[in-house]
Design a protein. Sequence first.
Length: 259
Amino acid sequence: MQTTQPLRTFQVDRLPVAVYASNAALGAAAAEDARRLIQAAIAARGEARIILATGNSQLSFLHALRELGGIEWRKVTVFHMDEYVGIDPTHPASFPRFLHEHIIDYVQPGRFYPVPGRPADVAQACREYEALLRAGPLDLVALGWGENGHIAFNDPPFADFADPVWVKVVELAEASRRQQVGEGHFATLADVPTHAITLTVPALLAPRAILAIVPEARKAAAVRACLLEPISPDRPGSVLRTVDHARLYLDVDSAQLTV
């Protein structure tokens, strides 16, 4: 049975950090915490509203979460964080497709609201998705940090910690686009869309609990920067050090430059 006890815990400013022996152990621990939060929301209000991230670094968590019992998924509404503007929804790199393949089709939540990739009116689509998010309490967000420290597609140095909107269109940094190629989602940099619809930093900070799930050696430099360098839009993940409702999950590979 997968142990979910961390090897080490510490705190950076207001952010508690736990380091696990493996990616699998990290994912299992985060999934157990997510289940507890979902169960508490359903017990209190009869429903839970959660935001999930995509990307290869989230797979251990998503797979662990879908295997856990004890979650009344028909009472859960699922949102997510971003989608490329103009992408075909059947493209292998589509983020709603990713979530369908790795968790949605397994657990069949009561509602799943995908960020649209090909809306007729992009600005209106952003407003409508923000309205959905604001329609009730958000119980948790499970997010990652990009190789450049981004959260969702809020890339350095343009991430706005006080953004007035919750959903907007952004131009993607080359580092983010190269990461998508490196993860195997696109064949070449030219294939990666240049713009995306993303939840903003304030939207990601709005849920009652933030689970930051950041495994893998390729994230080690970003982890070091976000934890040990000054809090700044130059390293967007560092904003989690300013709030009291986040927790960072690392494995030994992603923590190697930090502890």
